[in-house]
Each structure stands twice: as structure tokens, then as C-alpha cells.
Write a protein that binds this ligand. Structure first.
Ligand SMILES: C[S@@+](CC[C@H](N)C(=O)[O-])C[C@H]1O[C@@H](n2cnc3c(N)ncnc32)[C@H](O)[C@@H]1O
Length: 340
């Protein structure tokens, strides 16, 4: 259908949409259309475009698709008591959907898988997530719907990471942490990303371009291979040295740097103390640990002591990243070594 349209550069798209909504000028039964680097907004009959947004021209618009269900469980067609045990939440990693199910729902897992496949736009495969295990923190996954393997590309913070859910650890729940830590890196810093997995911290830091050097280390060769693929796609191989190795060995020989990131939450505080000497005076350490909720209050003091009483460490923050179990949280600890 051809109607008057406001066409703006994509960078002004969200602001334009808001301005049109506020002026009551946006037509909501038609879809907003992409046109290269520009967006076209369909206007109501007689809708006045607020000043400063440019000219109005006629454009062809398709009807806006009917909104689908807001909860995948609506696609199951089950009774309310049956639905009670079905979790609302699931994870999306690239084109793979992962869900955890209580045992009693396993006989009906295929139905749940099919519902998720229909519900999540672009989903190719749905897996039952049986959690991570072993030193490499590999995930045990079982296909419940869809096709293909567990290798995918996950988009976060404007980057596409090579991931294989069976071969190496990855969690889509850490995207904000990856961005937050990368944003803290100061120009010229040398950085270690320890227990890097497929390297989301290292790649995000490299993409920001301020670090002088980045070394990423993980004991799982498959994780390092996946990181290598991501770095090659972005031509960032020259900025990140990706090594297969154990932190214990690495820490015994590597020189100290400005910033260390350590993401091995189950070992938590034990490894924080191991890597503390890798931080230069004035440098910082971000590490992750799983903390029982009842121990949260005193954690900053315990961490400062564990990092080394002689090291002059101060703990800047202990923040909950997300719940880990009914009684514990995944926590990010940021600490700074004094004496610069
Ligand atoms: C929780 S994952 C962290 C992944 C990554 N930092 C991220 O944000 O996605 C922990 C990683 O530590 C690695 N790992 C476990 N023990 C290790 C050790 N002693 N030395 C080096 N890497 C280790 C595992 O292979 C796994 O990839």
C-alpha cells in the first residue's frame, strides 16, 4: 500500500520513531521499511511530522505482521496445570536454543523443542541443556528439535563469535560483562584473558583497539581453535596471542601486566590468589566466582585478604552478574593493586 512516508538515515531511526509516536503521526498497521542505510516510516493520514525531521514522500509499505505469542508456552496448547512445570526462560546462542527441563517433562521434550523452534526467530536447533562439566566446562546438550550440529556463530556486542556448544564453554548471559570489562580497558594497557574459552573478553577488548597487547589462555584446545577462527574473520590475529595452556603454568612464568581477567568461577578465590602476582602495581583484576548468598556481605574483605596482604589490594566492587543456583550467584569482583 502506498502512503506518505518519512525517510531518515538509519542512525536517526530510533529518535525519529519516538518523535513520530509522540506526535501521533506513525501508522502502526504498516511495517517500517529498510532502504539501504535509510528507514522509511509510514505516516497516518494528516499526521504532522515534527519540525526538523525532513521531507515526506510517498512509499510502498507492507502490512505489519500480526504479533506472535509473547511466551513460547502458548504454542504448546497444554492445560494450565500442565504448563506450570514448563520453564519460561531459555538461552539463545546463535541459531541454537537451549533449555533446561525438570525430569518429569522429559517425556514431552519433543513438543517443547518444536514450540521453541517455532517461537524463536531464526532458530535452527533446540537442545536440552544438561549443564557444564569437567575442567573444560563443556556443555552436555541433547537435540530435541531441529537439525545440524552445535557449531554456530553468536552475535553479542556487535561481534560474531565462533562457538561450538559441545566443544567449548560459552554462555550468552555474560555479554554485558564482556562489554563492561572491555570498556574499562585504558589506552596502552597490556591485558591477560585467562580461562578465555572462545575468547569473548579478548575479542571484545581487541575490537575496541585500546589495549597494547592481549594474551588469551585456555586449557581447552578446541576453545582456542574457535577463538582463532573469530580472530581470523575480524583480522585481529595480530592483536590477540591465543594460547593453549593451564593458568597454573602460565602464572608461574608470565610477566605482570596492567589488567587481568579471570573467568573460572568454580575455582573462584583460589585462582584469584594464584594470578594476583600477574597484576602490576596500579593494575586491575576482574575475576568471577560463585558465591553463596549468605557469604556475599563479607566477600570484599575476604577477597582483599586472599589476594595477598602485602599486595596492597583494594576491592572496588563485588557485583552479582546473575543467579547461579537457588542459593548462590555468579559474582564479578573488581580489584586494584596499589603501589603504582
Ligand atoms: C567459565 S569458562 C570461561 C569462558 C570465557 N572466559 C567466557 O567468558 O566465555 C572457563 C574456561 O576455563 C578453562 N579452564 C579450566 N581450568 C583451566 C585451567 N586450569 N587453566 C586454563 N584454563 C582452564 C575451561 O576450558 C573453560 O574454557
Amino acid at each position: 500500500m502506498k502512503v506518505p512516508a518519512l525517510v531518515v538515515d538509519r542512525s536517526r531511526g530510533e529518535a525519529a520513531r519516538r518523535a513520530l509516536v509522540a506526535a501521533g503521526a506513525l501508522r502502526t498497521d504498516l511495517a517500517i521499511v529498510e532502504d539501504g542505510s535509510r528507514l522509511a516510516f509510514p505516516l497516518r493520514d494528516g499526521g504532522a511530522v515534527p519540525p526538523g525531521w525532513g521531507t515526506v514522500e510517498p512509499r510502498e509499505f507492507p502490512a505489519r505482521p500480526e504479533p506472535g505469542p509473547s511466551d513460547f508456552r502458548q504454542l504448546l496448547g497444554w492445560t494450565a496445570p500442565e504448563l506450570e512445570a514448563v520453564p519460561r526462560s531459555f538461552d539463545v546462542v546463535g541459531d541454537v536454543v537451549l533449555i533446561r527441563l525438570p525430569v518429569e517433562l522429559e517425556p514431552r521434550r519433543d513438543e517443547i523443542g518444536e514450540a521453541l523452534l517455532r517461537f524463536v526467530p531464526g532458530a535452527r536447533l533446540v537442545g536440552l541443556d544438561r549443564g557444564v562439566r569437567g575442567d573444560a566446562r563443556r556443555r552436555t546438550v541433547e537435540r530435541i528439535a531441529g537439525t545440524g550440529g552445535w557449531a554456530t556463530r553468536h552475535r553479542e556486542n556487535g561481534l560474531e563469535l565462533d562457538v561450538d556448544l559441545e566443544l567449548a564453554y560459552f554462555s550468552p548471559r555474560l555479554a554485558r560483562e564482556h562489554a563492561r570489562v572491555a570498556a574499562e580497558v585504558v589506552a596502552g594497557e597490556a591485558v591477560y584473558d585467562l580461562c578465555c574459552g572462545v575468547g569473548p573478553f579478548a575479542v571484545t577488548i581487541a575490537r575496541e583497539g585500546r589495549a597494547r597487547s592481549i594474551v588469551a589462555v585456555d586449557a581447552n584446545p578446541e576453545a582456542i581453535a574457535l577463538l582463532g577462527r573469530t580472530l581470523a574473520r575480524y583480522r585481529l590475529e595480530g592483536r590477540v596471542a591465543a594460547n593453549v595452556g593451564r593458568v597454573e603454568q602460565f602464572a608461574s612464568t608470565a610477566p605482570a601486566v596492567d589488567r587481568v581477567v579471570l573467568n573460572l568461577p568454580r575455582e573462584g578465590i583460589k585462582y584469584a590468589a594464584l594470578v594476583a602476582p600477574l597484576v602490576l602495581p596500579g593494575g586491575s583484576l576482574t575475576y568471577y566466582e560463585v558465591v553463596p548468598r549468605e557469604s556475599f556481605a563479607g566477600r570484599a574483605d575476604e577477597v582483599a585478604r586472599a589476594l595477598g596482604p602485602g599486595g596492597g589490594w583494594s576491592v572496588n566492587s563485588v557485583r552479582v552478574v546473575h543467579p547461579y543456583s537457588p542459593s548462590s550467584d555468579l559474582v564479578a569482583v573488581s580489584a586494584r593493586r596499589g603501589g603504582a
